[in-house]
Design a protein around this ligand. Structure first.
Ligand code: SAM
Length: 238
């Protein structure tokens, strides 16, 4: 897809994870944010990072992602919200970004490190002492073959994910999971940008491909992974 459609696809998403605003506020509360440095590895357009900095005097933020479209959206928000002196969004590989930072986010980006275990180990080096908000998918129930194929290898059950947390030397300070409304809203908003475009561009040469993607995403969600794929938010300390 071209740049215009790429930018539109996630335009209706607040952030790229199943998370309500009250749940996000709770997680930021549990992070015990204070002045210092917060790194967001795999930040997307950095909305959670920006909110953390906005509500915490003296906190500086660095967001790291390798998706230029997302970073451009984030940088525009940084400028618009007057945060340029406190937030930098950097195009880089999250897996090799060196801390240290007192606080970090890594939400939905474990794949950048290769696996959950590799992410938790590396993040322990980024945050030698402090707190990490770690968001990751898990199998809420055993997946069908179709769900396993769509979501790939590497997803753990929640107990196995907590064992990986323990092995990497983290303590669990908070655990919550995305509820069904957060999932349904995430999936719906992830489709909404293109649905709105399609409604006004049915004769566009790109319309067939867009419609096919939208239909497949909805079908796979409802048939294969709704209620099967979970997502957990852990505030971890060390
Ligand atoms: C599911 S999104 C989550 C984004 C963001 N944390 C949020 O909650 O909105 C995963 C992000 O990881 C980024 N990503 C994937 N591999 C990466 C890598 N090797 N280095 C940096 N970012 C990466 C993607 O570009 C994407 O923005």
């Amino acid at each position: 897809m071209d740049d215009e459609l790429n930018a539109l696809r996630r335009a209706r998403m607040r952030w790229n994870t199943p998370l309500s605003e009250p749940h996000a506020d709770l997680l930021l509360d549990r992070m015990g944010l204070a002045e210092g440095h917060l790194a967001d590895l795999g930040c997307g357009w950095g909305e959670l990072l920006l909110r953390a900095v906005e509500r915490t005097p003296g906190l500086r933020g660095t967001g790291v992602d390798n998706d230029v479209t997302s970073l451009e959206r984030g940088r525009a928000a940084v400028e618009r919200r007057g945060l340029a002196s406190r937030v930098e969004l950097t195009e880089a590989d999250a897996a090799t970004w060196d801390g240290p930072a007192e606080r970090a986010f890594c939400v939905g980006a474990a794949h950048a490190f290769g696996s959950t275990k590799a992410a938790l180990d590396r993040l322990a080096r980024v945050v030698p002492s402090g707190r990490l908000l770690y968001g990751d998918g898990f199998w809420a129930v055993p997946p069908s073959d179709a769900a396993a194929e769509i979501l790939g290898p590497g997803l753990l059950t929640l107990p196995d994910l907590l064992d990986a947390v323990d092995d990497a030397g983290w303590r669990v300070l908070h655990l919550s999971t995305a509820d069904q409304l957060e999932w349904d809203d995430f999936e719906s908003t992830s489709r909404a940008g293109w649905e709105e475009w399609l409604a006004g561009h049915s004769a566009d040469p790109r319309a067939g491909e867009v419609r096919e993607w939208l239909d497949q995403r909805l079908r796979e969600y409802v048939r294969d992974y709704r209620g099967v794929l979970g997502f957990t938010y852990l505030v971890l300390g060390r």
